[in-house]
Design a protein. Structure first.
Ligand SMILES: Nc1ncnc2c1ncn2[C@@H]1O[C@H](COP(=O)(O)OP(=O)(O)O)[C@@H](O)[C@H]1O
Ligand SMILES: [Mg+2]
Length: 190
């Protein structure tokens, strides 16, 4: 048996998600004073197939807060857009969620939240960023999912959570890291 941290996850926990059914939350209610515990800053998931990615997306979607910034890292085809699509669908967005590969950003409104999905793979430079008016999007209310954040270093705010995908022979390994208190609160409830 693995010892659990106060936030309910074992240190460096790896959770296996195999089905689309939302898993029951494994953690006990938070206890006073545990909010800043750094042991709650990292979590990894083994996602055996696309349905597992969607199941993780549903769990994250239920814990999003206005103003959150989430970076999505990983190679092309790793599952970043699949996760965003899963989160938007979980929030009740019924339209098509297409990759903003050429538009760089797609806006959404769902569950009373304003969300922005960026894919910065094709962002050329700071001038393009400024000309597109992207700076104004970061108003503290919109929720951001940002693919290829490394292409806009210094232009986008710090991430509350970073989600990194690794392509495995079968499935994906996903590491989630929380940088801020908001991110840690979200992570420890997953
Ligand atoms: N856990 C998983 N295991 C295997 N395949 C997956 C998993 N999650 C998503 N996929 C598949 O991998 C591809 C990911 O594409 P996409 O989400 O567009 O990647 P990215 O946005 O990272 O470029 C899709 O074909 C999707 O069906
Ligand atoms: Mg993508």
């Amino acid at each position: 048996m693995i010892a659990e941290s106060p936030c309910g996850h074992s240190k460096d926990a790896t959770l296996m998600i195999k089905s689309i059914k939302p898993a029951p939350l494994p953690n006990p209610p938070p206890q006073a004073g545990e909010g800043t515990n750094d042991r709650c800053a990292n979590l990894s998931f083994l996602l055996t197939d696309e349905n597992a990615t969607i199941a993780l997306a549903q769990r994250i979607a239920a814990r999003l807060k206005p103003g959150m910034v989430i970076y999505l890292r990983g190679d092309l085809g790793a599952g970043k857009t699949t996760l965003v699509r899963g989160m938007l669908n979980a929030l009740g967005y019924g339209g098509r969620v297409k990759s903003p590969t050429y538009t760089l950003v797609e806006p959404y409104h769902a569950a009373g939240l304003d969300l922005r999905h960026f894919d910065l793979y094709r962002l050329r430079d700071e001038d393009e960023w400024e000309a597109a008016g992207f700076r104004d999007e970061f108003d503290g209310q919109n929720i951001f999912f940002i693919e290829w954040p490394e292409n806009a270093q210094g232009l986008i705010p710090q991430a509350d959570m970073e989600i990194a995908f690794e392509i495995l022979e079968q499935g994906r390994n996903v590491e989630i890291h929380a940088n801020t208190e908001t991110g840690k609160q979200c992570l420890k409830q997953l």
